[in-house]
Write a protein that binds this ligand. Structure first.
Ligand code: NDP
Length: 303
């Protein structure tokens, strides 16, 4: 395998986390201790693993974490009450509501209840709207992590043609908005696109966020394209369970100039940018408290 083509998400995530840790230490010297509240409703096994990992990373970065494990029969009113309390608590900077939620809870309503300044997942409509207007707001962790990988790999993205495969609210749409903000020409393809493969073959940058194992092979890729594979799909193969992306890695590798592996590509970036968003939220809240009259978001003094 040509390892020079591999985009090492683990290494980049470690670098981002190390920088967050440094910045957190500096904030603590100024008497500010960033804190992240993580809410898990129910006992979904995958969500429990994600929450445990998020809390571990927070501790490593020096971010205080508060964990709220609510029973699967929690009512919407109970969840909204907890979110309101966390919104009002000045010692909490970020609130993460682990998805999916049980059926009795309306996801949009719960996410909209989180104060936009504490919305470290970047899912509140105020942050979604701010991103589409090109403002500096909290942006969703997975696409923000993808942007870091792309900037590390390609440098200036201006003028590149990017194709995003998938249009979900958590990956595809914010990814497209971030690429547009970075001055790419952006095409979004989805399940209704006519000849998605031909559209994709025109791209300098391909971001695959579909949720279909190995759907994208060499036939979808222009020679020399840079490929970011967001997909995480568990499959049974050769008698064992393994994780694969939306891109057929072995088929794509000879055609591309760079590609993320699965696992070890985008996955680690998501948690790293959750920590970075918590840090950004803490800095913004500290600035807002110091300058209550200012209506403009302050410039961030973090790296
Ligand atoms: P969704 O299921 O919400 O969205 C999938 C998107 O793919 C939809 O927009 C859908 O189109 C589109 N799609 C489906 N089939 C096709 C097709 N044949 N051709 C073109 N487009 C198609 O998934 P998510 O965005 O939540 O996640 C995508 C993948 O990313 C999953 O594997 C998920 O596990 C992974 N993921 C990884 C993360 C990480 O940290 N690495 C974080 C989040 C997700 P339409 O809208 O028309 O239905």
């Amino acid at each position: 395998m040509n390892s020079s083509k591999l985009i090492d998400g683990k290494a980049v995530a470690a670098r981002v986390l190390a920088q967050v840790k440094n910045d957190v230490q500096a904030l603590k010297r100024d008497g500010i201790e960033p804190a992240l509240a993580v809410i898990l409703v129910g006992q979904d096994p995958a969500s429990q693993v994600y929450v445990r990992n998020k809390i571990l990373r927070a501790e490593e970065a020096g971010i205080r974490s508060l964990e709220y494990r609510l029973s699967a029969d929690t009512t919407q009113a109970q969840l909204l009450k907890l979110i309101a309390e966390l919104n009002d608590d000045d010692s909490v900077n970020g609130i993460l509501l682990q998805l999916p939620l049980p059926a009795q809870i309306e996801e949009t309503r719960a996410l909209q209840a989180i104060a936009p300044g504490k919305d470290v997942d970047g899912f509140h409509s105020e942050n979604v709207g701010g991103l589409s207007q090109g403002r500096n707001v909290l942006t969703p962790c997975t696409p923000t992590g993808c942007m870091q990988l792309l900037e590390d790999t390609c440098g200036d993205l201006s003028g590149k043609h990017a194709v995003v495969i998938g249009r979900s609210n958590i990956v595809g749409k914010p990814m497209a908005a971030l690429l547009l903000k970075a001055h790419c020409s952006v095409t979004v393809v989805h399940s209704r696109s006519v000849d998605a493969q031909a559209l994709c073959r025109q791209a300098d940058i391909v971001v695959a966020a579909v949720g279909r194992p190995r759907m994208i092979d060499a036939r979808w890729l222009k020679p020399g394209a840079v490929v970011i594979d967001v997909g995480i799909n568990r499959i049974e193969e050769d008698g064992r369970s393994r994780l694969v992306g939306d891109v057929d890695f072995d088929s794509a590798l000879p055609h591309v100039s760079a590609i993320t592996p699965v696992p070890g590509g985008v996955g680690p970036m998501t948690i790293a940018f959750l920590m970075k968003n918590t840090l950004i939220a803490a800095v913004q809240q500290a600035h807002a408290q110091a300058q209550p009259a200012s209506s403009e978001a302050p410039c961030l003094s973090i790296s």
